[in-house]
Design a protein around this ligand. Structure first.
Ligand code: NAD
Length: 294
């Protein structure tokens, strides 16, 4: 039986590990937070004393950690102790430079590796319908694809080392910008006396159509399941949107890309977070815009 080490059993990692157990894999898990280990054990994960112990017998090692510094520090610890020929998969959302460094650490120890961040949030993690965007060699991707299957709705090989993280931050820069655009349109509609439903009915079938409008509408009513109907509970927290927008801006600076709207979106989400909204859904930015425009 294939054994998978899962390091980082938080909001995303725990349901992902649970789906691997359901998929028939032996999962050896570790997290720094004891409460997360209790939940993982209930899902059938074998709890290990530390990350090194978790990877010793593992054919595949998956990490789901907060940021690049955590991934690199864990990789430095575990790569020398991993089984010969093991595959390393990092599904955390991190900066492209750290992702490439993580590949270098894995390769230095003769390990195959892919960066494979995800989209779909905690609901997608629980349902096993995440979109994985993978970067790495064809050989590493071919080995990773069947392992990711129990957690995935879609798996895309985006290119070489770091390409998965590049796809993730480009996608989320579109998302941050488009949510602000949709929210601004609803704020303007309110000022012009146009109903939310009327704007939705027109824009959702016109050139203004986008995911932020039709799936995640920032006003209550037109899309009953959007967080706006649930007091802007996440969903996708504003703190995570800010993290991803900052990553996009770091990447833009490092690569010389011109992204003025991405920069503006990062600034607006920084202000929204600073006003105590870090734990709110990112579509709640509409309330911030209403405040700013009155
Ligand atoms: P989380 O904070 O709930 O989980 C991260 C876990 O990593 C924590 O439980 C923490 O204790 C653990 N950890 C940190 N350092 C560790 C170490 N050295 N060894 C072992 N465990 C360690 O965060 P999350 O929401 O699960 O997100 C994880 C990653 O997935 C982040 O990079 C995030 O940006 C990304 N992501 C999150 C979402 C979402 O909706 N939550 C969606 C897509 C991507």
């Amino acid at each position: 039986m294939t054994t998978i080490a899962f390091i980082g059993l938080g909001n995303m990692g725990n349901p992902m590990a649970a789906n691997l157990v359901k998929g028939g894999y032996a999962v050896h898990g570790f997290d720094l937070i004891p409460e997360n280990l209790v939940i993982a054990k209930e899902h059938g994960v074998v709890i290990m004393a530390n990350a090194v112990a978790a990877v010793k017998a593992a054919d595949v090692v998956i990490t789901m950690l907060p940021a690049g510094k955590h991934v690199l520090s864990v990789y430095e610890d575990i790569a020398p102790k991993a089984k010969k020929g093991a595959l390393f998969v990092d599904s955390s959302t991190i900066d492209v430079e750290s992702a490439r460094k993580a590949h270098v650490i894995a390769n230095r120890h003769g390990l195959l590796s892919i960066d494979a961040p995800v989209s779909g949030g905690t609901a997608g993690a629980a349902a096993g319908t995440l979109t994985f965007m993978a970067g790495g060699s064809k050989e590493a991707f071919a080995k990773a694809e069947p392992i990711l299957q129990p957690m995935a709705g879609r798996i895309v090989h985006c290119g070489d080392d770091g390409a998965g993280q590049a796809a993730k931050i480009c996608n989320n820069m579109i998302l941050g910008i488009s949510m602000i655009g949709v929210a601004e349109a609803f704020v303007l509609a309110e000022k012009l006396g146009l109903s939310h439903q009327a704007l939705f009915d027109v824009a959702s079938t016109s050139s203004g159509q986008c995911w932020s409008l039709t799936t995640y509408c920032p006003v209550p009513g037109p899309v009953p399941k959007s967080p706006a109907n649930n007091g802007y509970k996440p969903g996708f927290a504003a703190a995570l949107m800010l993290k991803d927008l900052k990553l996009s801006q770091e990447a833009a600076q490092a690569s010389g890309a011109v992204t003025p709207l991405g920069a503006e979106a990062a600034q607006l989400y920084a202000l929204f977070n600073a006003q105590g909204n870090a734990g709110a859904d990112f579509s709640g930015i509409i309330n911030f815009l209403r405040g700013a425009s009155t």
